[in-house]
Write a protein that binds this ligand. Structure first.
Ligand code: COA
Length: 195
C-alpha cells in the first residue's frame, strides 16, 4: 500500500481542494471531515481564514477548537482524504459527532487509506492530550465503523437517533495510547511531509 501524510491546508492547494470536493458531488457522496470546505468553494482564502479561527476557538455550545488536515499520498502528492479533529467536545458533539470526522475521496476508497487517516488523527489527539476519543458511525456506514474497530475502537452504545442521523448509530470509544501502541503495523504507511 501507498504511504500517506497529513498536510495543513495552505494557499497552494486551492485547485486540488476544490477538485477534492467536486468529486464528492460527482459521486453523490456525503462530505465529512472537510472543515466546511464545501461551503467555501468560491472563497478558498476565506476557508483558510476560517480554519485559522477554528484553531483558536474558545469552546462553547456552537463551536469548538478544531484541526483540519489533508491526507496526502506520498507518491503523487494527491489529496486522497481529509480529517477534522475536535480538540474539545460540547454537549452536542458529546451526543453526536464526537472528536473526529473524516472522508476519503470516492475514487480512492477501499484501499485502506482511512485506517491511516484515523491512525494519523489519533497521533494528533495524543499530541493535544486527548486520552480517549469518542466517535460515532451510522449502522449503514460499515467502512466508517470498521475503520474505528481496526484501530481498537470499542462499541459502547447502539441506538436509534431520531435527532441528528435518523437511523441506527453506533458509538465508539478509542483509547488513544493503546490504539497507537497496539497498531504499530500502520506506521509503515506513514510518510514524512516533504519540505
Ligand atoms: C468512511 C470512509 C472514510 C472509509 O474510507 P476508506 O478509505 O474506503 O476505508 P478503508 O479502505 O481504510 O477501510 C476501512 C475498513 O472499512 C472496510 N470497508 C471499506 N469499504 C467498505 C464498504 N464499502 N463496505 C464495508 N466495509 C468497507 C474495510 O474493509 C476496512 O475494514 P477492515 O480493516 O476490517 O478490512 C469513506 O467511505 C468516506 O469518505 N465516506 C464518506 C464520508 C463518511 O461517511 N465519513 C464517515 C462519517 S464521519
Amino acid at each position: 500500500m501507498e504511504r500517506l501524510y497529513f498536510e495543513i491546508p495552505g494557499p497552494d492547494r486551492k485547485d486540488d481542494a476544490v477538485d477534492y470536493i467536486r468529486e464528492f458531488y460527482e459521486y453523490g457522496s456525503d462530505i465529512n471531515g472537510a472543515g466546511g470546505l464545501h461551503r467555501y468553494l468560491d472563497d478558498y482564502g476565506g476557508w483558510l481564514k476560517k480554519l485559522e479561527a477554528d484553531y483558536n476557538r474558545v469552546p462553547d455550545e456552537e463551536r469548538v477548537p478544531a484541526r483540519t488536515y489533508f491526507l496526502v499520498r506520498e507518491s503523487d502528492g494527491r489529496i486522497v482524504g481529509m480529517i477534522n479533529i475536535r480538540l474539545a467536545l460540547n454537549e452536542k458533539l458529546r451526543r453526536y459527532g464526537g472528536h473526529i470526522g473524516y472522508s476519503i475521496r470516492p475514487t480512492e476508497r477501499g484501499k485502506g487509506y482511512n485506517k491511516i487517516n484515523l491512525y494519523l488523527g489519533l497521533k494528533i489527539c495524543e499530541k493535544y492530550g486527548i486520552d480517549s476519543v469518542f466517535m460515532d458511525a451510522d449502522l449503514d456506514n460499515p467502512a466508517s465503523w470498521k475503520t474505528m474497530e481496526a484501530l481498537g475502537g470499542v462499541r459502547i452504545r447502539q441506538y436509534f437517533d431520531d435527532e441528528f442521523a435518523h437511523c441506527t448509530v453506533f458509538d465508539y470509544e478509542i483509547d488513544v495510547r493503546e490504539a497507537l501502541s497496539e497498531h504499530k503495523e500502520y506506521e509503515k504507511y506513514v510518510a514524512r511531509q516533504p519540505e
